[in-house]
Design a protein. Structure first.
Length: 137
């Protein structure tokens, strides 16, 4: 049986795969910064509508607001970087390297959140770094 986490992870993978390809086309039709803005404006509207029709809590805490805003800033930097990247280089390279964001998340999780380090995790990060080097050749 496949866990819910794996199913949501696969959903993320497929959705973000479409996102970067559509972003590439959009970035070649309008300035990449505008394409990024329109992409995230649409995402904000769709997400807001989902929150309103779901049973999600509308309660907001200061900590939740601060970290959500920080995540939004990081997402904005990432989307603008991605959309500009696909206009100056191959989508396959930008998408693959960008998809390695989990390396950053893994390091931050160990350093800031105290998650354990294992040989398997280190090997996975090492293989990801090798993948970045190989795709760039």
């Amino acid at each position: 049986m496949v866990s819910a986490a794996v199913l949501f992870g696969l959903g993320t993978m497929v959705a973000w795969g479409f996102w970067i390809v559509f972003g590439n086309v959009a970035s070649n039709a309008v300035d990449p910064e505008m394409a990024a803005f329109l992409s995230y404006l649409t995402a904000a509207v769709v997400t807001g509508a989902y929150v309103l029709v779901s049973d999600a809590s509308l309660a907001v805490t200061g900590r939740g607001l601060a970290f959500s805003a920080a995540a939004g800033v990081a997402a904005a930097i990432g989307v603008v970087s991605t959309f500009i990247g696909v206009t100056v280089g191959p989508t396959s390279v930008v998408a693959t390297i960008g998809g390695m964001y989990f390396i950053t998340a893994a390091v931050i999780s160990v350093v800031a959140l105290g998650e354990p380090v294992s040989a398997n995790r280190l090997a996975g990060i090492g293989f990801a770094v090798v993948a970045i080097l190989l795709i760039n050749r």
